[in-house]
Design a protein around this ligand. Structure first.
Ligand SMILES: Cc1cc2nc3c(=O)[nH]c(=O)nc-3n(C[C@H](O)[C@H](O)[C@H](O)COP(=O)(O)O)c2cc1C
Length: 321
């Protein structure tokens, strides 16, 4: 059974790692979280894949995002991932980066619907949890609705029923991944039309959704929304998610308590060998837009340099608002 995708937080490389997901979970118990993309090669050829896949202590629902295009490799990965208790495994068909294209996966896979069906069939056969896809609305000059429809039909053929659509096309050359997230025009109506044409599929819309009120509007036309950069840059925005979208009572931890729990997690996490620079940077946005935000960020930088969390809670809390 697939879970409720009403509000999802996007997979983001070097952002939505284990620590960041823990931080998000302190703020919203219900949002559907996604890991950063992990390539099939990183799982198959890395004996230490455990630290990449570890997800204990992060309450459901959490999806793992995979990158790859070799059906056998994807199935091998799923056998390994099955042990880790994720609620969904998502295939990345939206990333336009050169590195990903060199591995022949990401957005360029949208150009090969037969291969997509094969990859997804191989994943569904190996998986005990639902499989989903994250894609764009088009690639390069292939940006008409029929192209997208053919792609979604290829997904449906593999019996995959959850599609997250970033409502921009991707350019495979000429734009950096960052530019590819802002320059191509957002076309939400294309995603709304997909939902009309594929009523049995769960269609989740992504791209430029930066506040709760616009998320509510998209939910009139789709099954779910996915927020990326805004959720990372200003995580406190997520404190309304459970009450607005899931009818839960409004229960918010104070920023000080969020920090306290987060520091405890850093100390006890099995990935505590990771540098503090990596785990503390997720906190930069915690005081975003508030008086003291700059000093708060500076204090985080001091901690990263000192490499020591002792007394840091009180020091940092002074700047929280
Ligand atoms: C730093 C960063 C890393 C990203 N990494 C991934 C990734 O690993 N997999 C993926 O499917 N999308 C990735 N994305 C794209 C986001 O998931 C999302 O589709 C995009 O940012 C648009 O949503 P937004 O406007 O809400 O940010 C990344 C985006 C950013 C900013």
């Amino acid at each position: 059974m697939s879970q409720d995708h009403t509000f999802c937080i996007a997979p983001m490389m070097q952002c939505t790692d284990l620590h960041d997901r823990f931080l998000m979970r302190l703020i919203t118990k219900k949002a559907f979280l996604y890991t950063e993309m992990i390539s099939s090669g990183a799982i198959i050829h890395n004996k230490n894949y455990h630290s990449l896949l570890y997800n204990n202590e992060i309450d459901s629902p959490v999806a793992l995002q995979l990158g790859g295009s070799n059906p056998e490799d994807l199935a091998k990965c799923i056998d390994i991932i099955n042990e880790y208790g994720y609620d969904e495994i998502n295939l990345n068909v939206g990333c336009p980066s050169k590195r990903v294209q060199n591995g022949s996966f990401g957005a360029c896979l949208m150009l090969d619907p037969k291969l997509i069906t094969k990859c997804l069939r191989s994943m569904t056969e190996a998986s005990s949890t639902p499989i989903s896809v994250k894609c764009r609305i088009g690639v390069d000059e292939h940006d008409d609705y029929d192209f997208l429809k053919t792609f979604v039909e290829a997904v449906a053929k593999a019996n995959v029923k959850i599609i997250i659509v970033h409502a921009r096309k991707a350019y495979l050359s000429g734009l950096s991944p960052r530019q590819n997230r802002s320059i191509p025009e957002l076309k939400y109506e294309v995603v709304y039309k997909l939902k009309e044409d594929f009523p049995d599929m769960q269609i989740i819309i992504n791209g430029g959704i930066n506040d709760i009120s616009s998320a509510k509007i998209h939910l009139k036309y789709t099954d779910g929304v996915m927020m990326g950069r805004m959720a990372y840059d200003n995580p406190i925005i997520l404190s309304e998610v459970d009450s607005v979208f899931y009818d839960e009572p409004l229960k918010t931890l104070s920023k000080k308590n969020i920090l306290k729990e987060y520091f405890k997690f850093i100390e006890r996490s099995p990935t505590k060998h990771i540098p503090l620079s990596q785990s503390l940077r997720h906190l930069y946005g915690l005081n975003k837009g508030c008086v003291g935000a700059k000093k708060f960020r500076q204090e985080i930088n001091n901690l990263i340099i000192k490499k020591d969390l002792n007394n840091s809670l009180d020091n940092l809390s002074r700047f929280l608002n």
